[in-house]
Design a protein around this ligand. Sequence first.
Ligand code: UT7
Length: 332
Amino acid sequence: MSEKIISAVITGVGMYTPDKILDNAYFESIVDTNDEWIRTRTGITERRKLENGATSDLAARAAEDLLKSKNISAEEIEVIIVATVTPDMFFPATACLVQEKIGAKNAWGFDLSAACSGFLFAFQTGCSLIESGKYKKVLVIGADKMTSIVDYTDRNNCILFGDAGAAVLLEPSEDTSFGLQDSLLHIDGSGKESLNMKGGGSLNPPTHKTVDEGLHYIYQDGKTVFKFAVKKMADISHEIMEKNGLNSEDIAFLVPHQANLRILNATAERMGLDKNKVMININKYGNTTAATIPLCLVEYYRAGKLKKGDKLIFATFGAGYTWGACYLVWDM
Ligand code: UT7
């Protein structure tokens, strides 16, 4: 990486999870599954469902929580990036809807689609805007209303996903030893057959037929995705450690995308990390796609588990395929 003169640091966090809980007993009542299978195969015990509203509500509430805890006005925000695969509509962008809902009248912004890697890709993008020197307050939000695209008759997938929004505020720091230090991000479209939502786009515009065929739902070949996810997330996390001369003692926390507890454990093992250095909340929220990583950050930060100077590795894997890792030093 070229020498930076400005570093992008996280200076605020916020989150929103809906009140309605879908526990494993609920899934036992709607599909052929059981609590034991779900807990042992995925690590999930419950997830949340937004009953009224859309992704922009999850995102706006997370942003409002951040603004309130930071005690700043929405008018100070210059850029809003919303990572999501469940936008309220194809257009306008969910970022526009969030801008209006929170009253960020001086902001521009856009949506970014990278599925479960959405937050990491948006985070890198937001950091680059800060590092350019042009922007001083960039809001990066990961939000998904996954329950809007889940087929509740498909036991392979319906048990996995939940709804949430979480946000970070990025600001510049002249002390470049804090904030984003490095990132390794990848896409590989050959993964498109294994995890997708085929209907509703320009390939399969919505018709009665596409709806009858369930093309508006998530399709996932879980086993194939699982194998790739384990390998790619573990490899990239290990690679970013090696590239930056980090050993397992140096790292305060791995902040992994929460898709399956077994994938998180495999990644930690490859990095030589103790399990207590892995941020985990999949048990409470399931896979909330773009929201998982910032949601972990907010919860661990507010629980007093993060301190200034902590070295963190963010790691993810998702549809596309998309995957990557970031190394940053916490500055709050
Ligand atoms: O976030 C984006 C990236 N996504 C991921 O990283 C998800 C990756 N995949 C996974 O997490 C896992 O593959 C799943 C959790 C989706 C599935 O776990 P698995 O250990 O790979 O199970 P499997 O697909 O190999 O299925 C094992 C058995 C099958 O039965 P048979 O064919 O062996 O008789 C499934 O039909 O478990 C069965 N099964 C279930 N049983 C009870 C599948 N879903 C369920 C269920 N309850 N909900």
